[in-house]
Ligand binder design. Structure first.
Ligand code: FES
Ligand SMILES: [Fe+2]
Length: 347
């Protein structure tokens, strides 16, 4: 599952705690890499880090001061053997470091796999990676830059996490929920598309690139001239929404907080460091403003669907066999996961 953004740890030696569906998790950026640990002390289970920020020399537990280095090794256990004795017979610090969670990075997003048993990470992303690199150029997705300024949108949704995934899959609602967006990227220029088992969404053939009095953002190096109005928006199940245009991309992490509450966080990314320089700030401001408007407009739709699910008159609804194919693709994936989870239940 998607956890958070690499941009949440903006410098080396940085810690960023995340509430992962109620479970305390800690993103640590060391000198050279990103690592994810359970944010819990090996002694009596105290939560270790409460606030994001530059890491101190060690991660020190606030309860009895056991300390860990950024590689997760337990380096100090004061008075464990009695006053003044920092060691005790039968206790091997090397066995009590932080518990690491398997993680991977793709498109500026940190993913985790709690049980460590998932298939190779690349096998999940290869279809989309290869499709988008055909447009953008080989290696381009690894060089996306998230500017340090305000290029984020954080929204709190009163709905189940699956509803924003469902809503993002389709363009059917454009004319009524997004009249502004529909004026420059109309419903008629969109098509539904399912890429692989866990990826479906929509393609727009009429995206207008940002142009402020002739100032245009640098484009992906491989993006073809005749494809410049092409844009793609895919839900990457279970909890990531992705979008790509010739001059920028974005990722949205959906974090379930309760059955009817979801945190939605968006990070905009640009094609290289030049595109995130001061020169192009007006373009970036225009882009974030436009997307903020769109995603705020969606809140009514997803919260309205949540309310509708309280109705005893709602039986699961109906899908348009033409307009809702991407949504249905997601529902099939969810249903399949429920069925396989149920098959494992021992009665
Ligand atoms: S719980 Fe962390 S040192 Fe005791
Ligand atoms: Fe929408």
């Amino acid at each position: 599952m998607a956890l958070t953004f690499t941009s949440d740890a903006p410098q080396k030696r940085y810690v960023y705690p995340v509430d992962f569906m109620g479970m305390p998790v800690l993103l640590v950026r060391t000198e050279g890499e990103f690592r994810v640990y359970h944010n819990v002390c090996s002694h009596r289970g105290m939560t270790l880090v409460k606030e994001a920020g530059p890491a101190k020399r060690v991660i020190r537990c606030p309860y009895h001061s056991w300390s860990y280095d950024l590689d997760g090794d337990l380096v100090s256990t004061p008075h464990i053997g009695g006053i003044g004795s920092n060691d005790v017979e039968g206790f091997d610090r090397r066995l009590h470091g932080l518990k690491e969670i398997r993680s991977a990075i793709w498109m500026g997003v940190i993913f985790i796999n709690l049980d460590g048993a998932a298939d190779e990470f690349d096998s999940h992303t290869e279809s989309l990676q290869s499709r988008w690199e055909d447009y953008a150029g080989r290696g381009s997705l690894n060089h996306l830059v998230a500017p340090g300024e305000d290029q984020r949108i954080d929204l709190a949704l009163n709905c189940n996490w699956k509803l924003p995934i469902e809503n993002y899959c389709e363009a059917y609602h454009l004319p009524w929920i997004h009249p502004g967006l529909n004026s420059y990227s109309p419903l008629s220029a969109h098509e539904s598309f399912s890429l692989d088992e866990k990826t479906s969404g929509q393609i727009s053939h009429q995206y207008t690139l940002t142009d402020i009095a002739g100032l245009k953002l640098p484009l992906f190096s491989g993006w073809q001239q005749d494809m410049q109005s092409h844009a793609e928006y895919f839900s990457f199940y279970p909890n990531l929404l992705l979008g790509i245009q010739a001059d920028h991309a974005f990722a949205i992490v959906l974090m379930p907080k309760a059955p009817d509450r979801t945190e939605e966080r968006l990070q905009l990314m640009y094609v290289n460091h030049e595109a995130s320089s001061d020169t192009y700030r007006p373009c970036r401001e225009k882009i974030i403003k436009a997307w903020r408007e769109v995603f705020i407009e969606d809140i009514d739709a997803v919260e309205g669907m949540q309310k509708g699910r309280e109705s005893s008159g709602f039986d699961g609804g109906t899908f348009s066999p033409v307009m809702d194919t991407s949504t249905h693709h997601f529902h099939r994936w969810v249903a399949k996961r429920y069925l396989s989870a149920l098959a494992d239940v021992k009665y």
